[in-house]
Design a protein around this ligand. Structure first.
Ligand code: TYD
Length: 214
């Protein structure tokens, strides 16, 4: 079984973090070699960029945000994702370029065409084999995320605090992306399904597509 590139996308409070943790445990249990990474982050340098980006006290214009996300992505792609895939490992990435198209493009002011061009300039050419979009109504997701952030006392709130209108645009953006690429995208309803049900849907999809062990 050759490795595949799997990405997860989702708005705030979609359960993405929990699902990725469950998947990591499943890979271990089934002894499937894998690399788990995240964006922005994934590498030491990427994590440094993440801290710069997500700090509430920092203010960048939207284009600078995009450039920083892409800088972190270039490092993650070249140092983590591509080498792992070359070795035949599975790679699971928490967010990838779809996040930029959606957050800075659909929900922000940056033209999708420019985002595409900037990825080309950064020589980011790889495409996920499958992208799971964990869908939740922003009202529900934000309520969950607010609860979580209060508990975690997270400093990384710059992108979480943008309000309902913004998050509705994020959701619409993902659904539009999914419609454009129905063979790559899998939209999973995380509002009317329990975490266990969501996880089962994801495993079954991986099994159907790539004979991933259940
Ligand atoms: P994170 O704490 O990882 O949030 P989540 O748990 O929701 O994944 O913070 C990442 C934030 O950065 C998230 O709000 C989405 C945003 N983001 C972008 O705006 N553009 C991007 O390209 C990426 C990767 C993330």
């Amino acid at each position: 079984m050759k490795g595949k590139f799997v990405t997860f996308e989702g708005g705030e409070g979609s359960g993405k973090g929990t699902i990725i943790r469950l998947l990591k445990e499943h890979f271990k249990k089934k002894k499937v070699s894998s690399v788990f990474t995240e964006e922005p982050g994934g590498t030491r340098e990427g994590l440094a960029i993440r801290k710069v980006l997500l700090n509430k006290k920092h203010h960048f214009d939207a284009l600078t945000d995009v450039l920083l996300f892409i800088a972190a992505r270039r490092k993650n792609t070249n140092n983590i994702i591509l080498p792992a895939l070359k070795k035949g490992l599975w790679v699971v990435c928490d967010r990838y370029y779809d996040s930029t198209y959606v957050y800075e493009g659909f929900a922000g002011h940056i033209k999708l065409e420019l985002i595409k061009k900037l990825h080309e300039l950064a020589r980011i050419k790889i495409k996920p084999d499958v992208t799971f979009y964990l869908d939740v109504l922003p009202e529900v997701g934000l309520a969950r995320a607010t609860k979580r952030n209060k508990v975690a006392k997270s400093m990384e709130l710059r992108f979480d605090e943008k309000g309902l209108k913004f998050h509705n645009k994020v959701r619409k953006g993902y659904l539009t992306m999914a419609k454009k690429e129905p063979s790559r995208y899998v939209v999973v309803d995380t509002e009317n399904n329990t975490i266990e049900q969501v996880f089962t849907i994801i495993l079954q999809e991986l099994n159907k597509r790539f004979s991933f062990p259940l």
